[in-house]
Design a protein around this ligand. Sequence first.
Ligand code: GLU
Length: 389
Amino acid sequence: MSARAGKPVKSKAAMPGLAGAKRIVVKIGSALLVDEASGEVRRDWLDALADDIADCRRAGQEILIVSSGAIAVGRRQLGLTARNQRLEDKQAAAATGQIKLAHAYQESLARHGITVSQILLTLEDTEARRRHLNARGTLTSLLKLGAVPVINENDTVATEEIRYGDNDRLAARVAQMASADLLVLLSDIDGLYTGDPRSEKNVEHVPLVTAITADIEAMAAAAAPGYSSGGMVTKLAAAKIAYAAGCAMAITDGTAHHPLRAMRDGARCTWFQPERAPLTARKRWIAGAINPAGSLTIDDGARAALARGKSLLPAGVVSLAGDFKRGDAVVVRDANSREIARGLVAYNAEDAARIIGHKSGEIEKRLGFRGRDEMIHRDDLVMGLDGSD
Ligand code: GLU
């Protein structure tokens, strides 16, 4: 059944590993870090992870941590329960829990003389290009100074409309931002299966994924909700961002102590290894856009032109959706509604609607000004976001 895993699994020799990576983002979910009964950080588990991180650093690897847990810890401290799901409750819980979380990391890593620095990001910090570059600068300086950044979403100021909500995608965006070469998602399961291993028989573990195909998406959808904190669906969304960044990703079981050591010793994981060459930094940022502002559906001729590396012209666009502005990231779909590319659009939605289906030479007449000839210039366009070329 593993032949269904997109592309055939390669020989073990071709499998990536922890040891070869230089800069690693480790994502830690609340279910691993926070004891459900007491609502406290599981310090014995964290101390063991800190030992692993110290081992990595001794081997010359740089580590960044993306940690959940603020809401789970804070909720308990404020006397809230899992039923208190209002935004205000989550914001209050995060404000309270984040301090405890940061202290726990500080103390655990201090046992190895490692300095921890906290970064709380909002969606805007990664999605607005200028702020993205600013946050990237901070991460780079911290790594240069030898600190371990501990990153979480700034849940206290995030609102439902403008938040990540899951740290899988945040971690992938951080990996792209920091030019990491490996993203490790510590989960409560050792990777992706062809179905749900808890309820189905004859399901197989998928050791390597080289492209996010429709089959792979179906496997993720089959995984039971809640089986791992963000679910498999957000993990695949993370894999797409990582692919575009040329960054490998691994899902591994973090429930036992020393999960990174186990990986180094060959523990079973699902590896996501892109086959394509990495994109330029700017294209990686475009490809990883979390909330594209709209979409353009194009005809087969335009699709073929894009595949040859051409720009998207207004004439090839059949329809559009969303209230995007000039310069926003939009999704490009083919006639079957399948996402084939992303790019920065050169016109706002209103102007775009007036020129789609028309030759570039008619733009001035239709809009009253002479804009760009292209709807999306090829420098602003990224194809093959599923990991294929
Ligand atoms: N940022 C949230 C927290 O710290 C967790 C999001 C997630 O679990 O993915 O509690």
